[in-house]
Design a protein around this ligand. Structure first.
Ligand SMILES: Nc1ncnc2c1ncn2[C@@H]1O[C@H](COP(=O)(O)OP(=O)(O)OP(=O)(O)O)[C@@H](O)[C@H]1O
Ligand SMILES: [Mg+2]
Length: 275
């Protein structure tokens, strides 16, 4: 998102946050994210999106509060506000690095980091569903998604809270402790295998591109599977993985080349053939 027109200093003044410095954080594709330092040493994260996302920020805020009350680490949201043509969310700045930064810095710890990552998603999936509004990222829109949705619904498990963008840039870690899960934009409720398949699809289709040595992301995935208690007992994930690929195609259409989308499409079909 282009940030050149966002008057960060004015926004902060209006939020009554004294600022000694701020910097844009890399890594946010959907929104602009800034790290803000106040003179008393307090650090904040400021997320900015076009104003039509204001309701969505409020929705995220209520989910974050709900999961936080159940013991899941997430940043405390201080304020959500409409500001001219922007929607802004001011939250606590989490200590540590993204899981991806840690993985790149300590590739030899890929398996252990994966374990921590998997365990946290398992903990999230122990949370019973709340009434979380009308947004539903799971709602199928393409023919392929609809078909798979219908097929998996027959054997669906209980509904839990799903993050649906649980990947190494959205999990912050300090040493071996997760300091918070961020970016709750896609959060929905449903069978936990949707969330697991979504994470696996991101690790396999996107994560593998980030490392020259494929064994790093493979070790991370192995740790993830092991850390998520008894993932093996969830049965065959093929149809969920096929769904995740088709859903990713819809999510990324417009942001990927035709060839890249074709690769994802082929990946999805390979899971259907697997069945
Ligand atoms: N509260 C926070 N504390 C520390 N770092 C944060 C915080 N919020 C966001 N970040 C940093 O900013 C990056 C982007 O944030 P976020 O995922 O919320 O934005 P996004 O635009 O929705 O992302 P995406 O690229 O997934 O679309 C994160 O990967 C992280 O590095
Ligand atoms: Mg993100």
């Amino acid at each position: 998102m282009s940030d050149c027109t966002i008057p960060v200093t004015e926004v902060l003044k209006d939020l009554q946050i004294p600022c000694s410095s701020f910097r844009e954080v890399r890594g946010g594709e959907a929104s602009s994210v800034y790290q803000v330092k106040s003179p008393d040493g307090e650090h904040y994260a400021l997320r900015v999106l076009p104003e039509k996302h204001d309701r969505h920020f409020r929705y995220e805020q209520s989910i974050m509060k709900y999961v936080q009350d159940k013991g899941i680490p997430v940043p405390r949201v201080h304020q959500v506000k409409k500001w001219n043509q922007w929607a802004v969310m001011l939250m606590e700045w989490l200590p540590g690095n993204t899981m991806l930064q840690s993985l790149m810095k300590f590739p030899e710890k890929a398996f252990q980091l994966g374990m921590v990552f998997g365990k946290m998603q398992y903990n999230l999936h122990q949370i019973p569903p709340a009434h979380i509004g009308t947004q539903n990222w799971l709602t199928p829109e393409t023919e392929e998604e609809r078909k798979l949705f219908h097929q998996v619904r027959v054997k669906s498990g209980p509904s839990v809270i799903l993050h649906l963008d649980y990947h190494p840039l959205n999990v912050m870690i300090d040493g071996h402790n997760v300091t918070g899960i961020i970016d709750w934009t896609n959060c929905s409720i449903g069978d936990r295998r949707f969330d697991i398949a979504r994470t696996l699809s991101i690790l396999r289709l996107e994560g593998s591109k980030l490392f020259e040595d494929n064994s790093v992301i493979q070790a991370f995935e192995e740790g993830y599977i092991q850390g998520y208690d008894q993932m093996d007992n969830l049965g065959d994930l093929s149809l969920f993985l096929a769904w995740a690929g088709f859903r990713m195609m819809r999510d990324l259409s417009g942001r990927k080349t035709a060839d890249e989308l074709m690769t994802i499409n082929e990946w999805s079909h390979s899971w259907i053939r697997e069945k």
